[in-house]
Each structure stands twice: as structure tokens, then as C-alpha cells.
Design a protein around this ligand. Structure first.
Ligand SMILES: NC(=O)c1ccc[n+]([C@@H]2O[C@H](COP(=O)([O-])OP(=O)(O)OC[C@H]3O[C@@H](n4cnc5c(N)ncnc54)[C@H](OP(=O)(O)O)[C@@H]3O)[C@@H](O)[C@H]2O)c1
Length: 331
């Protein structure tokens, strides 16, 4: 009996030590993976102009605030005039920089994108950094863009595609200039091309991921298309931040389950808003990345996107689809 008791105690002890080691390793790995890097560059932006779309709140607001602190003229391109004006006023107050201004841009309407571009081309003499940050992950039901695509695809991809095209002359004039597309690690959820080809396949859970995949493909193809013209392009994952985009509303059951998941499971793993703006700042300001035009970044360093996101054929196919959907003949 004593022998068996001894054996039991030995095994239990080993199991406890083993479990403790696994837990320690898991905590250590998670902390390493989830510790956000902060961009320490001290570049100033006096005399430079930056546009940040969707900057009345969230990561966009935090990025615009930082650009204004560095002395830039910052254009907050937002869809809601009162929220946009309020955010610009807050940035002016916090930074003392009176060059933070609101301009109306609704990515859900191509007409609004064209009007916004007209205003910018008329009013601004330069554009150094264009940040496509605006995004939605909510279900828009059966709402479609003018060209019949899912509205989420229109807001998250087609409008940034069109806006870049319209502002390209100003970006080229201000060279060296940069275009940033805020994507997401969620792009890795898409592993088949069919979502780009079939309009019927826009299931709400993969629609957001497909848009974010499109962001990476767009930045990569844009870099190829404008190579040698003084404009570079980057896509990035900002990290997981507790903003409204993480809690999409939906009337469907699996949408409700996702909402429950994001509110109760994801929240503790989120990084701060300030941390969430760091990779945007890095891609906008870091001198050493100019030779990495077209690449994808996360946590203030080069990162590897999914295999599909690196496929040049898919990028070129998406480019053609986007040209057709926005009525662009030549970029
Ligand atoms: N939060 C995260 O964990 C996370 C992770 C990966 C990637 N991202 C990406 O980061 C970017 C910023 O998201 P966030 O987390 O800061 O979310 P957020 O707080 O919800 O901000 C999204 C911004 O986009 C604007 N927007 C939405 N629809 C628009 C439209 N039709 N036209 C113009 N602006 C529009 C919103 O304006 P309103 O306030 O008027 O709605 C808001 O200013 C998004 O591209 C998102 O995909 C976020």
C-alpha cells in the first residue's frame, strides 16, 4: 500500500510541476506576442500634410493626434460632420496645432469620395501621407455599392482604392510620399479566392476578413503600379484594440455569438488605443522602410501576411475588379 501511495505522490508531483511549466510558458509566450511595440522616432512633420480617414474616434483619432503633435497639417476625413468637427477641435486643443481640420468623406458613397478629393485638390498644395484607416465590420444586410458589391467591401476597399487614384497627382507632386492601408490580422481567415469572385459568397463573418485581405493586396499592387513615381505604399495590422469595430452588431444569431465573444473573451487581450496607433506611425514616419514598399507590417516591424495576401496574380485580379467597380481606366 505504501508503495502505491509513494508512486501516486511522485506522479502527482510531476504532473503539477509539468502543468506549472506549461502555464508559465504559455503566459510568457502570450506576453511576448501581445506586448505592443512603441514607435520611438522623433521625426517632426512641420510643413507636411497628412490625411487620416475615419479619424473622429479609435485608432484613427489617436494617429491624427500624434501627427498633429509632430506639427503636421492634419485633415480628419470623417463621415459625420459633428463628430469630425468635434475631434478636430479636440486635437487643436490638446496639441495647440491649429492645422487640424475636418473635411467630409463618406466611404460608403463614391460620389462623396470624388467630392472629398476635389476639395483636397482645390485647397491643398501638398499631401505627404494618406492613411486609409476608416473601416467597418458591421453587417450591412443587403446594402450594396453603386457597382453591386457588398457595402462593407465598398467602404473598406473600393473607396480607398478610388481615393488613392484621385489624390495620386498630389501625392506624386509631394514626393516622397506614402499611402498606408490599415488592414488586420483577420485577413488570415480568408483562404480561398472564391470570395473575391462571387458576389453571393459574402457571408458576414468572412466579408470583413476579405476586405482586410483586399487592403494588403491593394497596397502591394499599388506599390508595383507607382514604383519610381516617388510614392510608396504599406499595409498594416494595428493590433487588437477595444474599439467599436471589435463589437459589430448583427441581427443574425452567429453575429450575436461573435458579439458575445468579442465583448467577453477578446476584451482582456486588447492593447491600448495609443499602442494601436503605433504601427501606423511607424509606417508613416520610419525612414528605413522606404525599400519595403508594398509590404505588410505589424507591431512596428515587417510581418508575414497569409499566402493568399502575397499572391501577385490575385492582387492584379483584384486591381482589375476594383478599376471596373470604381470606373477607373488607368491608374
Ligand atoms: N480595433 C481593432 O482591434 C482592429 C484590429 C485590426 C484592424 N483594425 C482596423 O483599424 C481601423 C480603425 O478601426 P478602429 O478599431 O479604430 O475602429 P472604430 O473606432 O470603429 O473607427 C472606425 C472609423 O471609421 C469610420 N468610418 C466607418 N464607416 C465610414 C464611412 N463610410 N466613411 C468614412 N468613415 C467611416 C468611423 O466613423 P464613425 O465614428 O462615424 O462610425 C470611425 O471613425 C479599421 O480599418 C479596422 O479595420 C482594427
Amino acid at each position: 500500500m505504501a508503495f502505491y501511495w509513494q508512486l501516486y505522490e511522485d506522479v502527482t508531483w510531476k504532473v503539477y510541476v509539468g502543468l506549472a511549466a506549461v502555464v508559465c510558458l504559455a503566459v510568457y509566450s502570450f506576453r511576448r506576442w501581445n506586448t505592443p511595440a512603441f514607435y520611438r522616432g522623433t521625426a517632426t512633420l512641420n510643413g507636411k500634410t497628412v490625411i487620416v480617414t475615419g479619424s473622429n474616434t479609435g485608432i484613427g483619432f489617436e494617429s491624427a493626434l500624434n501627427f498633429a503633435r509632430r506639427g503636421a497639417r492634419v485633415i480628419l476625413a470623417c463621415r459625420n460632420p459633428s463628430k469630425g468637427e468635434e475631434a478636430a477641435a479636440k486635437i487643436r486643443e490638446l496639441t495647440g496645432n491649429d492645422q487640424a481640420v475636418f473635411r467630409l468623406l463618406d466611404n460608403a458613397k463614391q460620389e462623396s469620395v470624388r467630392q472629398f478629393a476635389e476639395v483636397i485638390l482645390r485647397e491643398e498644395s501638398r499631401l505627404d501621407i494618406l492613411v486609409h484607416n476608416a473601416g467597418v465590420s458591421r453587417c450591412h444586410g443587403d446594402e450594396k455599392t453603386e457597382s453591386g458589391y457588398d457595402l462593407q467591401f465598398g467602404i473598406n476597399h473600393l473607396s480607398p482604392f478610388l481615393l488613392t487614384h484621385l489624390l495620386l497627382p498630389l501625392l506624386e507632386k509631394s514626393a516622397p510620399s506614402r499611402v498606408l492601408v490599415v488592414s488586420s490580422i483577420a485577413h488570415k481567415m480568408v483562404n480561398t479566392l472564391c470570395y473575391l469572385q462571387s458576389k453571393q459568397a459574402w457571408e458576414e463573418t468572412v466579408a470583413y476578413a476579405t476586405c482586410k485581405l483586399s487592403n494588403i493586396l491593394f497596397a502591394a499592387e499599388l506599390a508595383r503600379q507607382v514604383e519610381g513615381r516617388g510614392v510608396t505604399a504599406y499595409s498594416l495590422h494595428p493590433g487588437m484594440v477595444d474599439t467599436s469595430i471589435l463589437h459589430p452588431r448583427s441581427s443574425r444569431l452567429h453575429g450575436e455569438l461573435l458579439l458575445f465573444f468579442s465583448r467577453n473573451i477578446l476584451r482582456p487581450f486588447c492593447i491600448s488605443l495609443e499602442a494601436g496607433a503605433q504601427t501606423t506611425l511607424y509606417c508613416a514616419l520610419e525612414e528605413s522602410i522606404t525599400s519595403y514598399s508594398g509590404r505588410y507590417f505589424a507591431n512596428c516591424k515587417l510581418a508575414k501576411p497569409s499566402k493568399l495576401a502575397q499572391d501577385e496574380k490575385v492582387a492584379s485580379q483584384l486591381w482589375d475588379i476594383s478599376c471596373k467597380a470604381t470606373g477607373i481606366e488607368n491608374y
